[in-house]
Structure formats: C-alpha cells, structure tokens
Design a protein around this ligand. Structure first.
Ligand code: ANZ
Ligand code: ZN
Length: 864
C-alpha cells in the first residue's frame, strides 16, 4: 500500500522548481499571447505569514495557475511593503537596526511562500525599502512638486502619540490611530507636505462607475469618502454696527415677505461671509449666519471682545475633544452670538452672526446660513438658543399638509421634493427649479456661485519617522524650497540613525544628512528630514513589477501598455479606502505625466474574507493564532492551502478548523493512492487489445468527469466558489473509487480510462500543485503540469441520460421516479404510473387527472 507523504513530496518539488527560474516567469509582451495580470496585495514583512496571507495567496495562486493552463501569459509577482513603523519599534525593543530586521523577515517569509508552493515570478520582486525602488518615490514626488501637486503648508494635522508621527485623515478611524485602536489621535499644527489628491476628486468619483469588476461595497465606501456635494456659495455682507444702531431697525415687509428686520439704506463693513449651502432653495428661511470657531472673521470679532474670545476658545476646545473622541459629527451643540449682523442678499434681512461648535472650519467655507425649519442640526441649535424658525418649504401635496406641516412638532421638514412658500418671487416654485433660478440670480448679481464641495482632503504625506523614503527636498536661505536634482537621486536613507520613541524626525539629528549645498546657488541648504507615508510605496509598486530592474525609469512604459490594467487584484477589504484610493490617484497622476495610458490600476478587485478561529479574528492578543508552518508540518502545504479554499467561499469569513485540514489531507491521500494504482498502466504505451471499461459504466464516469470540469471552469469564470469546486472533485473521486479496479485495469487500452486519470490530476493542479506535479510525473507526464492545457468539458458527454421526476399525489410528494432525460409527456406518464410507490399511493382511488410537466414533475389528482 502506497502512502501519501507530503513531507517527502513537497520539499522535493520545491527544490526542482527552484532550479527552474523560468517556470513562473512572465513572458515578454512580444510573446503575442493574451496576457493576464493577477496580483495579490504585497505583505508587510512582519516576520511570519499568518493564515490571512495564506488564504489571500492561495486564491491568487489558484487563479494564476488556472490562467496559465488556459494559455495566458500570466504575470504573478510578489514583493515587500518594507518601510514602516514596526521596524522602528522592533529596533527600539531588540536593538536591531530596521534594515537588518526587515531583511531577515523578508527572507523568512519568502521561505514560507516558497514552501507553500506559490507560483511567483521572483525575477521581478519589488522591495520598497531598497534605494532602487524608493528613488522612484522621490522622482515621482519631484514631478508632482513641479506640477504643484506636492506642496507644503502649515496645517492642523492628526498626531498619534504612540506612533509619534502624523497620520493622514484616512489613517484616523473613529478618532483613533489605524495601528493603535486604543489610542486617541491628537491635533497638532505642523508644516507638512501634501499631495493634491483633491485635484482628482471628481475623476476619482466618476471613474468608480466604470469599475464594474470591483465590489459594490468598496465603491460605495470610496464614494462616501470622496463625498461630493453640489451646492452654492453665497456672500452675506457684514453690517457696519457703528452705522446702524440696532434700536432704529424695525420689522418691515420686504417685497411682500415678512422678515425679521431690514433697513433701506444699509451700511456694511465691506467684509463678506461666504456660506456654502446645498439647499439654497431655503435661503428665505435663514434666520442666522453661523461661523466655525476657526473662521477668520471670528478672530477679528474676538480681538475686540475678550469675553467672546474666551467663549470661542471654549468652542474650539469642545471641537478638539470631539474630534479626538471620534464623534465630531454628533457633538453636543454650543454656540455664542457675536453681536454682529450680516445681510441676506435676497431680501436685505439682517441675520445675527453666531459662532458654533458644530460648524467645521475645514469643510465648505467654514460658514453656513442656518435654516432651522429645514435642517436637523440647525433645528436643534435654534431650539436651544431660541432662534426664530421660518418655514419656507412645504410638501408638494398641500392637501396632505392641511396646516399640520407648519406646526413645530413636524419640524424640521427636510424633504427635498417640495414647494417653496414665503420666498418672494420664488414662492410656489418646485424646489429643484428654485435652486436653479436662485443660483442664476446669485451669479447674475455677483454675490456667489454654484460650487461643488468634496469631503476628500489633500493627502498629508510627511512622517516624522526614520524608516521611510526621504522626501527629496532642500531648504535654502536664498532660494527657499528646492527639489533635489534628478541626477542626485536617490537621497539615500542613512543607516547609522539613533531611533527613539520621543518623536521628532530621527533624521534631523544627523548633521551629515541635514547639511548640504543648494543646487541652485551652491550655498548652504538644509535637507527635509521627514520621510514619506508608506502608502506612497504601495501606490505604484505593481507597475514596477513589470520591469523591476529598470534603472533609467520607474518602469518600462511599453511593458505597462501590455500588462495594464491589472486583470485581477486580490486583497483585504481593510484597504478599500487607504491603499485603493491612493493607488487610483497615483495612476491618474502617472497618466497625466504620460507614463501610462490606463486611467485605473485594476479592472477587477476581489476582497477575501477574514480567517477566524472560534469566531474571532486570529490575533496574538486573542491567543488564537494558527501558524501556517505548523499546519504545513502536520498536513502539508497542499492540504493547508486547499483547506483555505475549501472551508468557505473566498469572500466569506473562514472559521479555521484543524479537523477540516486533516480531512482535506485524507482526501488528497485517496487521490494519491488511486492515481498511483493506475500509474504503472498509464506509463505504458496504449494497446488496442486490452481491457476496456464496461459499456454500462463508462458513460456514467465520463458524465461525472465532464460535469466536474464544467463546474470548476464555471467557478473560475464566475464567483470563485472554490469550496464547491473542490467538493465537486471529491464527489468525482467517490464515484471513481467505486469503479477503481475497472478503471485501473482499463488504463492501458481504454482512452476513456486514461482521460479520467489525466484530467483528475489536471483538475487538482490549481489547488494542490505539489500533488498534481508529483502525480503528473508518475503517470508519465514530462512537462510542467501547471502549463498543461486546462481540460475542456464536452457538453455531449455531460448530459444526464436519466432525470429524477418528483411525483405528487393530491399535492403530497409520494415518489421520485427515474425517467429517460428525453422522455416526452406520454413516456413520462407511462414511467410514473408504472412505479410501485405511485401505484400504492393511488390504489383503490379514482384518478381524476394526471398533470405532467416533462423534465420537471408529475401531479396526480385522485378521488375516493
Ligand atoms: C443651508 C441649509 C438648509 C443646509 C437646509 C442644509 C439644509 P453636505 O451635504 O454634507 O455637503 N454645512 C456647510 N458647511 C458646513 C460646515 N463647515 N460645517 C457644518 N455644516 C456645514 O452638507 C452641506 C450642508 O451642511 C450645507 O447646506 C450647510 O447647511 C451645512 F435646509 O445650508 B446647508
Ligand atoms: Zn540656494
């Protein structure tokens, strides 16, 4: 009896594969073959692969192998997202330099990947912490700087006290650090480098519609993150309080509309408040102007008013705390009247100017017109402070409103499809029409314009850390900010750096790094000492894979034309916003630099589910980590990876059960024993005269085989439910085992038996590549099994010869009867009525009616 011993088979093949560097190498564009670029997200080299990695790579590897077998020229690369904070933390903890720590982790993880048998093209490996890669980060940065896409400004930034560095908005999750779930992010004022991703906001949004191969949930997340609002900016002039004593103002009617108070000869200070509104149709309902505490005018008002200054500080403080707690959206509303008034340009009405903590300085213009009758937040605020509410919008079907719509209890009324009232010339217009007409009126009279506002902010890329790409900028006393000339790239990251947790850029402590000369004037200059956000590294790494050795350019554009867009990208949904929005942005910038022609990096995106154990995500802190090495040592790489595809559909969470791995391993053992039994015969030349398969069995075996081929082919083309693909192979094997001796006896002379064995091995190749390679050799194959053509399902052989017809008697299922697949109505009825169970169920009764739906069911109605 032969035994399946993956511990012996797998290392042997691993060695063979290592000696064939071309085995998984992509062919050049000139191969003339159709291309397929399959990409799994590159890992951070933390030291060990976890099961989430294994699952991600097993999916990509199955796909890559399948596409090779379909005749494609496949690019299946891998690399290392090798810069980042953990290397620095490890340096502090273990006193190992980040480079050494990273390099040895890469070696360890590469060893694991090879042990798993992943089909990567290592000739194009990318390691982001190497100068031959990060020099191109610097090169891109300078290209962006030249185009005004990289700029420096002082701004409020998110600061993680644990990382001791700035975080991009995308890296703040519910007010906490993306790496430290328990750490509240602080706000600091710092000079920072930004990339102008907002220039691409509209295109990033629009092109989401084209990404039909992306999960809808990822597209929705990006749409919300970009957050486009159409609206208008309207200028409200600030009234000159010294000219218009408040007590001279009276309630007047303006063009037939009641207003709080208006003056005929209004004096203004010349200052304007520009508000951003998405509901200009409610402008006659505005009863105050509210400014964000950071608004420039508030500072002005406050310089002359110490009490106000103090109250504004309190509002700022509340905002800061709410931001830190991650619930600025639900802040408890506080505000203060500034003592000043602004003028509604539509009706000259005087509106009190307030400052409130729920108005954000960084959104829109940092100022709003407040319409409490029609906006939730304004309503709450106005109720609290006794600010007037004025209804200017009614539901369309006024007969339904019958006055009730105007009572306070149903306010705020925020419905958009509605009619205007109390709005001067615009009254009784529909709300969309009013918006258009009002915006036209504003633009005509030059006190505002239609605008679009985005929630997306520019990408802050400066990090006060060591282990990243140095930002290639210089500061010269005479010339100001100067880019490092291309021929001086890369700005090398020095190795001899002292890393501490205190914060402040470690590079700033190295005079030999900091001090340099200005390329423009030759005078002394200081180097930028911040490094780039590591999300820069991962924004374009997949382009470099097409020509990773290029030292003249970031990549060879001709190769990009052939390989891009990526056909299938596979990774975790946690990257839906960060990495996947940055890489889309980077692609568009590269296109505008005429380096690439594609608008988007990837045609299709697949986000796999998590690997969990006992219902929880595997993590050290939960103590439920299952090590891939352990599983491989016990059951082999094939069983481990195959289990990760078998245990759940790839888009769902997978609950890791060691029993399940053992089960898959036993199944592979059965395949092994079966094929090994047939192998000696398979290696013989075919003879025409020997044993043939029984004519009664052969069609059944062929049918099952071709159905299985068909099913797996469909799974690859469709939803990737590899769990059911593998289950189908298991079912096939069950049937083959029933006829094992007959098949084994026939392989020498019956082509059908040979085909069964050959195809069984080929079907396994994407999922269990070691076993497939081993068995391919055993049955006489001399080529690499992963380059063999994928078997084709023959529809003629797939068709069932009989089908099962459920038979109901008076609506109750009484029997399931086998009939020939092509049986017509009469033949079906004859077969049904001849069945003993049907006869028993109808015995002694009068048959009233027999309804036959050929191929589907039979219904018998009886009486008595
Ligand atoms: C008047 C109004 C009337 C508004 C109404 C809404 C309803 P989105 O859609 O999210 O873009 N707003 C504008 N800038 C703001 C800021 N810096 N901080 C807080 N709120 C701000 O929201 C746009 C609406 O949010 C704007 O339209 C403005 O209130 C408010 F019945 O203007 B609206
Ligand atoms: Zn200079």
């Amino acid at each position: 009896e032969v035994r399946y011993t993956p511990a012996e088979i797998e290392p042997r093949w691993q060695e063979r594969w290592a000696e064939q560097p071309d085995l998984y190498a992509a062919e050049p564009a000139s191969s003339g073959k159709p291309k397929y670029y399959v990409l799994e997200m590159l890992p951070y080299p933390s030291g060990q692969l976890h099961m989430g990695h294994v699952r991600n790579y097993a999916i990509g590897d199955a796909l890559a192998r399948y596409m090779w077998m379909q005749g494609y020229n496949v690019l299946h690369p891998m690399g290392w997202d090798a810069f980042g904070l953990p290397a620095e933390n490890a340096a502090i903890k273990n006193n190992t330099p980040p480079r050494a720590w990273t390099t040895s982790n890469i070696a360890a993880m590469k060893r694991q990947m090879n042990r798993i048998g992943l089909s990567y093209d290592w000739a194009n490996e990318v390691t982001t912490c190497l100068p031959d890669y990060y020099r191109w980060n610097q090169w891109f940065f300078i290209r962006m700087f030249e185009r005004g896409l990289a700029y420096r400004k002082k701004s409020k930034v998110n600061w993680c006290p644990k990382c001791c560095t700035v975080l991009a908005n995308e890296q703040v999750i519910n007010g906490r650090c993306w790496r430290h779930e328990d750490t509240i992010v602080e706000q600091r004022d710092l000079e920072q480098w930004f990339l102008r991703i907002t220039d691409y906001a509209q295109e990033l949004l629009e092109d989401l519609d084209k990404l039909e191969g992306w999960p809808e949930k990822v597209r929705t997340m990006q749409r919300n993150w970009i957050g486009r609002s159409e609206g208008a900016e309207v200028d409200f002039e600030v009234e000159d309080a010294t000219h218009t004593p408040v007590d001279e103002l009276q309630q007047v009617r303006h063009k037939g509309t009641a207003v709080l108070s208006a003056v005929e000869n209004l004096k203004t200070t010349g200052a304007r408040i520009t508000v951003f509104t998405t509901r200009i149709d409610t402008i006659y309902g505005a009863t105050s102007i509210i400014l964000a505490p950071e608004h420039a005018l508030v500072k002005e008002f406050a310089t002359a008013n110490a009490e106000l200054a103090e109250q504004v500080n309190a509002l700022l403080e509340q905002q800061k705390r709410a931001r830190e707690a991650g619930d600025i959206g639900e802040i408890e509303k506080h505000g203060v009247f500034t003592g000043h008034y602004a003028v509604n340009p539509f009706n000259n009405e005087r509106l009190p100017i307030w400052v409130a903590n729920y108005i954000l300085g960084e959104y829109g213009t940092g100022a709003i017109m407040s319409v409490p009758a029609h906006d939730e937040r304004d309503y709450e605020f106005a109720q609290k402070y006794g600010i007037e509410m004025r209804i200017v919008i009614l539901p369309r079907r006024t007969e339904d409103a019958d006055g009730k719509g105007e009572t306070e209890s149903t306010l705020p009324y925020t419905d958009e499809d509605s009619l205007l009232i109390n709005s001067c010339d615009f009254s009784s217009m529909g709300n969309k029409e009013a918006q258009q007409k009002m915006i036209a009126f504003v633009e005509e009279n030059k006190f505002g314009k239609a605008t679009i506002s985005f929630r997306l902010r520019d990408w802050g890329v400066s990090r006060q850390r060591y282990w990243g790409t140095p930002i290639p900028m210089l500061y010269c006393e005479k010339d100001g900010i100067v880019a490092v000339p291309d021929d001086q790239l890369p700005v090398l990251l020095p190795d001899n750096v002292e890393i501490t947790q205190e914060g402040g850029s470690p590079l700033a402590k190295l005079p030999e790094f900091v001090n340099t000369t200005c390329p423009k004037c030759g005078g002394p200059a200081r180097r930028e000492t911040d490094t780039m956000d590591t999300f820069v590294d991962s924004s374009w790494y997949f382009y470099r894979y097409t020509s990773a050795k290029d030292d003249k350019a970031p990549f060879d554009s001709a190769a990009i034309d052939y390989w891009f867009p990526i056909d299938q990208y596979i990774g975790g949904v946690e990257h839906a916003i960060l990495h996947l929005i940055y890489s889309r942005f980077w692609t568009k910038v590269m296109r505008d630099l005429r380096l690439v022609k594609n608008d988007e990096p990837a045609d299709r995106l697949f986000t796999q589910g998590m690997v969990i154990k006992n219902g929880a995500k595997m993590s050290k802190s939960k103590g439920n980590v299952v090590s891939p090495d352990d599983m491989i040592a016990r059951y082999g790489a094939d069983a481990t990876r195959m289990y990760s595809l078998f245990a759940a559909p790839p888009d769902r969470d997978l609950d890791w059960q060691e029993d399940g791995v053992a089960g898959v391993s036993r199944f592979l053992g059965r395949v092994y024993r079966f094929v090994m039994k047939a192998a000696p015969g398979m290696r013989q030349p075919t003879t025409a005269s020997g044993t043939q398969l029984d004519a009664a069995i052969a069609p059944n075996l062929e049918r099952k085989l071709h159905q299985t081929i068909h099913k797996i082919t469909q799974d690859f083309a469709g939803r990737w439910h590899f769990n059911t693909s593998i289950a189908a192979i298991m079912e096939l094997l069950n049937l083959l085992n029933e006829h094992e001796d007959a098949i084994v006896a026939a392989v020498e002379s019956d082509g059908r038996a040979r085909e069964i064995i050959t195809n069984l091995v080929l079907l396994l190749a994407p999922f269990a590549p070691y076993l497939a390679a081993e068995l391919w050799g055993e049955i006489g194959g001399t080529t690499a099994v992963n380059k063999e053509p994928w078997p084709k399902a023959d529809p003629g052989k797939m068709a069932e010869s009989t089908i099962e017809i459920p038979v109901q008697v008076n609506g109750k299922l009484r029997a399931v009867v086998s009939v020939p697949a092509d049986a017509d109505q009469d033949a079906t009825q004859a077969a049904v009525m001849a069945d003993a169970r049907v006869q028993a169920a109808t015995a002694g009764k009068q048959i009233v009616k027999v309804i036959v739906v050929p191929g589907k069911l039979t219904n018998i109605v009886v009486k008595g």
